[in-house]
Design a binder for this molecule. Structure first.
Ligand SMILES: C[S@@+](CC[C@H](N)C(=O)[O-])C[C@H]1O[C@@H](n2cnc3c(N)ncnc32)[C@H](O)[C@@H]1O
Length: 299
């Protein structure tokens, strides 16, 4: 099955699917956790291509993903509404202590980007939410309303690597003082347009880094990733594989350091693997992907 044959309800095209199948198949897995199920493309590819597989456990924090997955009826697949941080619980529910591989394909899916009401895309005006799970936690607009100017500037700088973070934070606070708190995508885009000079080739939207930062904050993306990389050696059998695709340097650095600094991992990719030019041409979303793999060392 190729990517085009993914669930009709999902418009997400999986990134580096052949590489995922190759590296997961290499440990002849019976039980695999797909920690970021999304459109389910990686799960379905693995189920189709890896004969040894008895079960793929799909996890996602987004209730919309679960609603789609309910219709699938794919054999050897169980999908749960949960953070990948709760993989041990999902294993337990399925009657297993450990798994043979865990796949993480970080960030957001094209389905989430295309959803006009979630605030992920600059193309649609919507409430500034940005949560993967809109039923828990606080939205990005609520988060902004609760922080000081310095806290906002620091977060935009740290998680968005945005040089103009202070200007942006100043404008966000000034808007709140005028009783026009930032509540929508367009309000924040307007502020970023005023504060961030256009990039040389106009290739990156002035709000890109700020939105990345707020998304990371409201979803605690880096905290969850760091805790998971720390806990995952307990969930994997000896020789089991941790397979992670990241899309920006903050994520990739965490993965690289966690694999390198923990002797429970044997690193299988000294340098991250990148998508082929052909894949980037057909799926531009893949262009910043980096894939790293480590194997659980002997206990
Ligand atoms: C890039 S998409 C995954 C696409 C999927 N691999 C495919 O091929 O269709 C990332 C998914 O991870 C989910 N996600 C983000 N953080 C998560 C977390 N902590 N636990 C579980 N899912 C998470 C998002 O909701 C999104 O659906």
């Amino acid at each position: 099955m190729d990517n085009a044959q993914q669930s009709s309800a999902s418009c997400h095209v999986s990134v580096m699917p052949d590489e995922i199948v190759h590296w997961v198949a290499g440990c002849q897995p019976k039980v695999v956790i797909d920690g970021t199920f999304g459109g389910g493309g990686h799960s379905r590819r693995m189920i189709d291509a890896i004969e040894s597989l008895d079960l793929v456990i799909g996890l996602d924090r987004d209730p919309a993903v679960l609603r789609r997955a309910d219709d699938e009826g794919v054999d050897r697949l169980s999908v749960f509404l949960a953070s990948y941080e709760q993989a041990a619980k999902a294993l337990d529910v399925c009657g297993h202590d450990r798994c043979d591989a865990m796949v993480l394909d970080l960030g957001l899916s094209s389905d989430q980007l295309a959803d006009r009401d979630r605030g992920f895309s600059f193309q649609f005006d919507a409430p500034l939410d940005l949560r993967f799970d809109p039923e828990n936690g606080v939205s990005a607009s609520e988060w902004l309303a609760r922080q000081s100017e310095k806290e906002i500037a620091d977060a935009i700088y740290q998680f968005g690597e945005e040089r103009f973070s202070r200007r942006i934070a100043r404008e966000i606070i000034a808007a709140a003082k005028r009783r026009e708190p930032v509540r929508t995508v367009q309000q924040l885009c307007d502020i970023c347009r005023r504060c961030v000079p256009r990039s040389k080739n106009h290739d990156i939207h002035p709000a890109t880094r700020t939105f990345q930062a707020l998304r990371i904050v409201v979803n605690d993306e880096l905290g969850i990733l760091a805790r998971t990389l720390q806990a995952a050696p307990d969930w994997l059998d000896e020789g089991g594989r941790m397979v992670v695709i990241s899309f920006h340097s903050l994520e990739d650095r965490l993965v690289k350091q966690a694999f390198r600094d923990d002797d429970r991992w044997n690193v299988l990719t000294k340098k991250p693997l990148r998508p082929s030019d052909a894949e980037i041409t057909t799926n531009p979303r893949a262009r910043s992907a980096k894939l790293r793999i480590a194997e659980r060392s002997a206990r």
